[in-house]
Write a protein that binds this ligand. Structure first.
Ligand code: BYC
Length: 307
């Protein structure tokens, strides 16, 4: 089926390793969307205008929605929501390294939208053609929303880049902090990517981590010209032969340090998620109690009707 580009659906037979890889990737993706709300949530109360606040809130709500579609897609593979959440909270499941960095200025809302959502789109458009049906279909809507997010981020930076010298400096400083972590979102280089080869054979992934990272470098190098700002990579230069921009080296020690739980905000992010889960317990209990009551009433009503 995979060779014939026919989608695999939940009830189809599949190798256990294929199922496990999908559960790993889709659940980590869902966790990233949910944890990804936290850095931006930091600026909801400090957005510079009511309009900016509304836009930011809508974007953060979209991320929550993406998390829900993705948890639902993973559930079709037989894993429970509770299990996935437990794995996030225990530190067993990963989520994207990018969300372990702090948001220090308003310009960071621009950098996240433009570069983080921009990297996400490049990685996720090929996932719309993933061999597993529910994941591929969830990605279609997610990509449409991410594309709006990217434009709103770029527009924040465009306004700042055309503002006062302080605003331009704020935009540049923010780009300097987010560029390299955004480059790391694509995962380790192909030589160190343990899952890529198999995932590409299964057509879960369509392109390697380095191929997608190169697309990001090329996209940012061109778009930043419109902002009149600089990419913080002194080694970046156009390579005529390759038809791509060359880049300087990535600090992989920093990447693995963040992935292994030692980034600037890892502890804070997980503490916040665990607390949100505990604080929400009464809502889940009330929803279950309400569903039980409704079911009991309905079965009583149908018993009376039958009599
Ligand atoms: N951070 O063999 P590899 C968003 C792990 S959400 C942390 O190349 P794979 C957004 C990897 O899991 C963005 N860990 O792995 C939300 C593996 O460890 P395990 C999230 C990383 O899976 C809100 C190990 O390193 N996007 O866009 O073939 C607001 C070796 O790597 C990272 C997705 O999740 C990382 N950056 O490829 C705004 C997209 N990179 O699991 C935006 C779906 C690698 O073996 N996921 N690792 O213990 C994917 O496309 C792939 O999973 C990845 C990694 C390209 C990320």
């Amino acid at each position: 089926k995979i060779d014939a580009e026919i989608r695999i659906e939940p009830k189809d037979q599949m190798p256990e390793a294929y199922r496990k890889t999908l559960v790993r990737q889709i659940s980590q993706h869902a966790h990233s969307e949910v944890v990804g709300m936290l850095p931006e949530a930091n600026w909801v109360t400090r957005a510079p205008s009511l309009k900016r606040k509304q836009i930011l809130l809508a974007k953060i709500q979209d991320e929550a929605g993406h998390g829900l579609y993705l948890y639902s897609a993973a559930e079709t593979l037989g894993v429970s929501r509770q299990q996935m959440i437990d794995d996030l909270h225990s530190g067993k499941a990963k989520y994207s390294s990018i969300f372990n960095y702090p948001t220090l200025s308003w310009a960071d809302m621009g950098s996240i939208g433009w570069m983080v959502d921009g990297a996400a789109i490049l990685n996720q458009i090929p996932l719309c053609r993933c061999s597993y049906g529910p994941y591929a279909r969830a990605m279609v809507r997610i990509c449409k929303e991410e594309s709006f997010h990217q434009r709103q981020g770029f527009e924040i930076l465009l306004v700042l880049s055309q503002g006062s010298p302080e605003q331009r400096a704020m935009a540049q400083e923010s780009i300097n902090r987010w560029y390299w972590p955004a480059m790391m979102m694509f995962g380790p280089s192909d030589t160190d990517s343990s899952n890529s080869e198999q995932s590409m054979k299964w057509r879960i992934k369509r392109f390697s981590n380095d191929e997608l990272r190169q697309r990001f470098v090329d996209m940012i190098a061109e778009q930043i010209k419109v902002l009149g700002l600089q990419v913080p990579d002194p080694d970046q230069k156009w390579n005529e032969e390759r038809g791509h921009y060359d880049s300087g080296p990535i600090n992989w020690d920093e990447f693995w340090n963040v992935v292994n739980g030692n980034g600037p905000c890892n502890k804070d992010r997980l503490d916040t998620r665990r607390k949100a889960w505990e604080d929400g317990a009464w809502v889940r209990e009330a929803a279950v109690a309400y569903a039980d009551k409704k079911e009991k009433r309905q079965s009583e009503a149908s018993r009376v009707e039958a009599a």
